[in-house]
Write a protein that binds this ligand. Structure first.
Ligand code: ADP
Ligand code: MG
Length: 603
């Protein structure tokens, strides 16, 4: 963004520099080790167990897909084995056509077709949530099941078995192939989970509004999750076709999709190792039941009970195991957050106490306004939450927006940032009319906001969240520097391990790193202690010079407003009581009257 000044280099004291090279290499090391183990197992396991092991690998890949759509993106998809059936069907079709490329190419083709089907099934997810989405996906699974029973798999009537690759023709070798496919899928998922897409999945699961406000399309986040998940389902199905060689519809029923979903929830499948664990359970539980002469359908009951446990406690088995391992480190980063306030924050706090009034460079007042609001009106039924609101914010200045509870401040932020499209009047950003633009578009144009409620997705690390929100290339040094500036925890800290007040600081830091023209902060100090509050205020005052951003700050503490905001707008019952330079606004008789009793304002 042209508006942000270059960030100054990281403070040498920043204690949390990462070693990216090591981070990129270790997944490949683990993958190579897994392939080696797979090779050893394929040569040592007895034949019967080899067949079970292939089934476990196939289930693990399908569950990994559910880990994306459900575990990360938080959507219920009860048709994973339908995508598997599509993958298997394509492989069977290519097989009877003797299509060029052989099994591996057919497998990839099956994944692609399943991925497209995933996007089609995901379209309703743009409007539906929760149970409604569950019903739609289960309905799709049921319809596909009926269809599959009718049309059967290509070649099944003539018992044409699927050709395995010559190199992997027997079960042992095919097991080794399936391990290689699993490792490739796991690496793809691993890096996707850490990419912008992965961040968007975790963001959309937590808050669609927060996602849109970060300039990320909510639709794209949901559809990519569905596509990747379905493609993995397709790979699983294609492998299954190679395993059984004569696939049939009974392997892909809606009931099994449901059981797989429960298993994914239970094992915490957004973690790759837990998806593999889930795949093993998928095979192990029915196998044990068989050995103990218990009907295998009881497996569904066991999965169901564990799934209910995971859903009600909010912690999956996998997450539980992870928590045990990570507990100590989490505590460390959480306390680091509190001690990470910049060393000079105390000075800033002192400054706040002694400086009573923020001043403004008069040149700014004559410049082109970054935001112009003209006759903005928002009605909720009979209630006029905003009534003919007009004011403007000069470039790189700080406007305080104050008013009693219910005055319409949050409604104002929602209307400006595109969340209330049906408003009267006009909103201009740098002279451009924002009418009809989505929150995502507005964020990309440089209009950023934070929320009064917590909208920071807990599944991400601080660094991943900041990169996701910033939407531009940032060096580790830039990120560390700004995090330190705001007193945020280090980039590697997990957001789930820091308190809400600190998460809101991270939200502000991330929005600033996006290099916006205008940043609207809706009560950014809520949840902070008094000292942190003062330290934050000192930081906010520096933002226009430091990052070239104009601010609108909604805040209740009038002392803080006075010391930070040279410009003020007062809202009351949805109307502007006064707007302009702070001293003029505070001297306005209407404002004094509305704030009667608030002696600190009058003094
Ligand atoms: P503030 O942020 O200044 O406390 P709000 O903007 O949240 O005030 O609310 C302004 C008024 O609009 C309040 O009377 C509130 O009850 C009402 N309001 C806010 N959002 C809605 C909504 N979605 N539906 C109906 N009324 C709303
Ligand atoms: Mg509010």
């Amino acid at each position: 963004m042209p508006h942000a000044e270059p960030l100054s280099p990281a403070r040498p004291s920043a204690p949390f520099l990462q070693k990216p090279a090591v981070r990129v290499i270790w997944p490949f090391v683990v993958g190579a080790a897994a392939i080696l183990v797979g090779f050893l197992l394929s040569n040592t396991l007895p034949g019967y167990f080899v067949y079970l092991a292939i089934s476990a690998v196939i289930a693990a890949i399908a569950i990994m897909g559910l880990g994306v759509v459900t575990g990360s993106a938080g959507m219920i998809a009860l048709c994973q084995l339908t995508f598997a059936a599509i993958g298997a069907w394509i492989v069977a079709l290519m097989n009877i056509w003797h299509a060029p490329g052989g099994f591996i190419v057919w497998l990839i083709l099956g994944a692609l077709v399943a991925g497209v089907a995933g996007i089609l099934v995901g379209l309703p997810a743009l409007r539906l949530r929760g149970v409604n989405l569950a019903v739609v996906t289960l309905g799709f699974a049921a319809a596909a099941d009926v269809t599959l029973v009718q049309i059967q798999f290509p070649g099944s009537a003539d018992a044409i078995s699927v050709d395995r690759p010559a190199m992997f023709s027997n079960d042992k070798k095919f097991f080794f192939l399936s391990i290689i496919v699993l490792v490739v899928c796991a690496l793809i998922v691993f890096f996707l989970q850490r990419s912008r897409w992965g961040a968007s999945w975790k963001a959309v699961a937590f808050s669609e509004r927060g996602t849109a406000a970060a300039g990320q399309s909510v639709q794209a986040a949901k559809l990519t999750a569905f596509a990747i998940s379905a493609a993995l389902g397709g790979v699983a199905g294609g492998l299954l076709a190679g395993q059984v060689q004569l696939p049939f519809a009974a392997s892909f029923t809606p009931l099994q999709s449901l059981a797989l979903y429960v298993l994914a929830i239970m094992s915490g499948a957004h973690l790759i190792d837990m998806a593999v664990f889930g795949g093993i359970l998928w095979v192990l539980v029915p196998e044990l039941l068989k050995r103990w002469n218990v009907p295998q359908d009881w497996g569904f009951v066991i999965f169901g009970v564990l799934g209910v446990q995971a859903l009600t406690s909010g912690t999956s088995l996998g997450q539980g195991i992870r928590n045990l391992v990570w507990k100590r480190q989490d505590r460390k980063t959480a306390s680091a957050a509190l001690s990470a306030l910049p060393p000079d924050a105390a000075d800033g706090a002192e400054e706040i106490r002694t400086t009573t009034t923020a001043t403004i460079d008069p040149a700014l007042l004559t410049g082109e306004p970054v935001l112009s609001v003209e006759h903005l009106t928002v009605e909720f039924g009979a209630l006029k939450a905003l009534d003919d609101v007009s004011f403007s914010v000069p470039e790189a200045s700080i406007m305080g927006l104050i008013g009693p509870n219910g005055a319409g401040k949050s409604t104002f932020v929602d209307a400006i940032s595109g969340f209330l499209p049906k408003h009267g009047g006009r909103v201009l950003l740098g002279g451009r009319d924002l009418a009809g633009l989505s929150p995502t578009r507005r964020a990309r144009l440089g209009l950023r906001r934070t929320f009064q409620q917590d909208r920071v997705p807990p599944l991400l690390t601080v660094g991943a969240y900041v990169r996701f929100v910033a939407r531009r290339r940032l060096s580790t040094a830039d990120i560390d520097e700004t995090l330190a500036f705001f007193g945020c925890p280090p980039a590697r800290a997990r957001l789930s391990s820091v308190d809400v007040g600190t998460r809101r600081l991270v939200e502000v830091a991330a929005a600033v790193l996006a290099g916006p023209r205008l940043l609207i902060l809706d009560e950014p100090a809520a949840g902070l202690s008094h000292d942190e509050h003062l330290a934050l205020a000192a930081r906010l005052r520096e933002l226009p010079q430091r990052y070239g951003v104009a601010l609108i700050i909604i805040e209740h503490d009038l002392d803080l407003v006075r010391s930070v905001c040279p410009m003020l707008t007062v809202l009351n019952f949805g109307q502007v009581l006064a707007t302009g330079p702070q001293d003029e606004v505070l001297a306005n008789p209407d404002v004094i009257k509305a704030y009667m009793g608030e002696t600190e304002l009058l003094s």
